[in-house]
Structure formats: C-alpha cells, structure tokens
Ligand binder design. Structure first.
Ligand code: ZN
Ligand code: ZN
Length: 255
C-alpha cells in the first residue's frame, strides 16, 4: 500500500503546494482522502482520475474540500468519458453541506460524484482496502482514518485534530502515520485545542509505535528543521515533511 501526498500544507494557498489531499493505493484500488485547494492538479499527475474508487472527506473545512467542484467538472465534461460515478463519502451529518454546495454551483450535478455519508462506527471496504475511522477533536467534527489490507501494511491519517483526541487505538502499530503538525507552539489549552503541535504529532507516532511519520497540514511559514526537531522528541523513527508528489510505501508487515 502506498500513499502519495497531493499537497500537505495548511491554509488555502501555499507557494507551489496544495493543502490537504492524499492518494492511497493498493492492488488497483485508488482512494483520495480530502481534496483541498491546489491538490487536483497533483492528483491528475499521479493517477487517471476516471479510475478513482472513492473520495473520502475527513471534514468539510474548505482547506480539505475546495477542489471537489473542480474534480466534478473535469470528470463530467472531459472529452474522455468516465466509466462510472465516483462515491464522494462525507462524514455523518455532512451530506447536507455538500448537497447545498452542489445545488448552488451551476453545472454540478450527480453524474460524476455520488454524495453519501459514511458510517464511522463500522469498517468500510473500498476495493481491496479496509477503512476504519475515529473521531478527532476539532471545531468541525473530523474523522481520522486507517487504511489497511492483508499483507500490504497500513496507512493512517489524523485529519485535523487537537491532542485530546484518543487516536492511539486507531493507529496502534501503523505503518505510515500522516499526522497534522499545524503548530510549533500552542497558546490554547490541550483539552480544547483543535490542532497538534509538531511535538504532539511525534508523541502520537511514538505512542502508536508507527514505523514512519509524515508531518502534514504544516504552514509554509513553519521552519522545517524546527518541525522535524520537535517531532523527533517523541518519535525515534523516520520523519518526513509532506510535499506534493511525496510517495511512501507502507511496511508490509504492519497491516
Ligand atoms: Zn479543519
Ligand atoms: Zn485543515
């Protein structure tokens, strides 16, 4: 199983890099997780978008979803027809947001993307990949995800979360952990905060016994060496910085 970073930065417009978006692939199955601003072009560089099996949305904040209308447009109106609709799987209770958005946008219909809510209380299966969810702590309810397949390893994604979320059970023994590192220093108390520091991302990876950590949702203004140093306090394994086109294969022994 492989993850390809499509953007990996926080906020809405970074220099030459998109925001939240990840492509998880295994044995012919391709899942997109979030599609924030500036990620669609990288997605098209990486995969034939007509072959996508599902798009999973962690939460409806704009920095995670704003390229979805663009994806609809290219799927719907490209001269190369798409073979089938792509499921757009959104959090419980969030379908209304996306239906309103669809209905307000001229030209967005149901012909390319099929909006449906996932049930985070049960495992979902997309092609050969199993998806599990856990709630994060964030101003808008977001869902962390774990992707796995027998013999192919596992990939986890924190989405947006504060440190008080209980994500270690979801990520226990994970191969690749994509953890948000929005902050370097935090002003707000940990109990109510909706984002992680780089040190907290490292601590989560350490407690979950992750193999590899990717720091994502980082500001381009954040000093890269400081992010890495802070994360390494709690995690002794390899740490990578998210960037468009970064590919990481999951350790196959860690499903
Ligand atoms: Zn958010
Ligand atoms: Zn975000």
């Amino acid at each position: 199983m492989r993850v390809t970073v499509l953007g990996g930065f926080a906020g809405l417009a970074s220099t030459g890099a998109g925001a939240s978006g990840y492509l998880v692939q295994h044995a012919g199955t391709s899942i997109v997780v979030d599609l924030g601003p500036g990620t669609l072009a990288e997605l098209r560089r990486q995969v034939d978008i007509r072959s996508l099996d599902a798009i999973i949305v962690s939460h409806g904040h704009l920095d995670h979803v704003s390229d979805l209308p663009g994806l609809h447009h290219v799927l719907r109106f490209s001269p190369t027809p798409m073979p089938r609709r792509v499921p757009l799987l959104v959090p419980p209770g969030a379908a209304r947001q996306f239906v309103l958005w669809r209905d307000a946008m001229p030209g967005w219909d149901d012909e390319a993307l099929a909006i449906a809510e996932y049930d985070p209380s049960v495992e979902s299966t997309v092609g050969g990949i199993t998806v599990r969810f856990a709630p994060t702590v964030h101003p808008l309810q977001a869902w962390a995800t774990r992707f796995s397949a027998p013999g192919a390893g596992s990939i986890g994604y924190t989405a947006d979360t504060g440190p008080s979320a209980d994500l270690v059970p979801l990520f226990q023994g994970i191969g690749v952990l994509i953890a948000e590192a929005t902050l370097i220093e935090a002003d707000e108390p940990a109990e109510t905060r909706g984002h992680l520091t780089a040190a907290e991302a490292g601590s989560l990876a350490g407690r979950a016994r992750a193999s590899t950590l990717i720091l994502c949702h980082r500001w381009e203004e954040s000093d890269e060496s400081t992010l890495l140093a802070e994360a390494s306090i709690g995690f002794a394994g390899p740490i990578l910085l998210s960037a468009p086109g970064l590919k990481v294969d999951a350790d196959q022994s860690r499903a």
